[in-house]
Design a binder for this molecule. Structure first.
Ligand code: PEP
Ligand code: MN
Length: 338
């Protein structure tokens, strides 16, 4: 971190500032320039409060040189993190396909869809039991019953299950879930993140609607700082001025997050685009960009879905898409699943 001092800053204030910084465990290098004096800080600056520094009389500006996330940072953990999920792993170079409906609606719906997804080559099953809906009048999910049905679908197909938590008070209901999803709307629910940091389940952390990649990494840091290193970063589109798609899929996030972090990356083209006709091309683009996983909404009958009907693939369309994904993965030397 570099602190740029004001011209004419009082020597006494600068001395006080330097003493204060040393007390925070960093070493302080005072550099006298021709036009400007600066202080270079060496050491772990992640806990230093930039706002407090800016409030000091003698400080003109601050530049961070190091990223504020440490545990998620590839610089301090060069090897890819490989996360065990039940009978498989994510992040070892293989491609995981998480497929299933937006919401778990009934036993017949989830079992039929899970079987079709498995037959087409999916390696994990998704399904929302607790649904974050924009309107309080929309279907809110089956709750605990939804999780029970997912467990039944897992018993039927062998697919590990992925489902979203919205409230830390529900954590006990997730005891038999394989991957806990944190939705875009909760990416900065810091109490929820801290609580998930204390459990040992893999966490699929979705990027917030208007969040930067650094904010996503800082949210991963919240989970990791509590001890849970098993975080999967999920790009699911960000809000832009474009109205033809639900969000804008930020494909550049895939290689960039993988450069900045050792954590596996997942892409959700369904919520990113909101349009079933874009799922196949965006999935192929995400695989080409190096994603570790895809999360795709598939419904046995999208036109009667209780949520997100317009973006869910029919099992037939999903199977057609999977043939192309398999071809691209093979071309890239990647296996589907373990
Ligand atoms: C979901 O995956 O069901 C979901 C609600 O996604 P997001 O949080 O990305 O909107
Ligand atoms: Mn959905």
């Amino acid at each position: 971190m570099i602190i740029i001092l004001k011209n004419g800053a009082k020597a006494e204030s600068v001395r006080d500032l330097e003493e204060n910084l040393k007390a925070q465990g960093v070493s302080v290098n005072h550099i006298e320039g021709v036009n400007q004096n600066i202080i270079g800080l060496v050491g772990d600056t992640s806990a230093i409060d930039v706002e407090n520094l800016l409030a000091q009389d003698c400080v003109e500006n601050i530049r961070r040189v190091q990223e504020p996330y440490k545990k998620a940072n590839r610089k301090f953990h060069p090897d890819d993190t490989v996360i065990p999920v039940r009978n498989t792993v994510i992040g070892n170079g293989s491609l995981q396909i998480i497929a299933g409906p937006c919401s778990v609606e009934s036993e017949e719906q989830i079992i039929t869809t899970a079987i079709a997804c498995k037959e087409a080559g999916a390696t994990m099953l998704r399904g929302g039991a607790f649904k974050p809906r924009t309107s309080p009048y929309s279907f809110q999910g089956l709750g605990a019953e939804g999780i029970r049905l997912l467990i039944k679908a897992r018993a039927e197909t062998g697919l590990p299950i992925v489902t979203e938590i919205m409230d830390s008070a529900d954590i006990d209901l997730f005891a038999d879930v394989d991957v806990i999803q944190v939705g875009a709307r909760n990416m900065q629910n810091f109490r929820l993140l801290k609580m998930l940091g204390q459990c040992d389940k893999p966490i699929l952390l979705k990027r917030g609607l208007s969040s930067t990649m650094e904010e996503l990494l800082m949210s991963a840091e919240y989970i990791m700082a509590e001890g849970n290193m098993n975080v999967i970063l999920c790009e699911r589109g960000i809000r832009t001025f474009e109205t033809m798609t639900r969000n804008t899929l930020d494909i550049s996030a895939v290689p960039l997050l993988k450069q900045k972090s050792h954590l596996p990356v997942c892409v959700d083209p369904s919520h990113a685009t909101g349009l079933f006709s874009l799922i196949e091309p965006m999935s192929l683009a995400a695989v080409a960009a190096g994603t570790d996983a895809l999360e795709i909404e598939v419904h046995n009958d999208p036109k009667s879905a209780l949520s997100d009907g317009g973006q869910q693939l029919t099992p037939v369309k999903f199977a057609e898409m999977m043939e192309k994904v398999k071809g691209l993965a093979a071309y890239m030397g990647r296996t589907i699943g373990k």
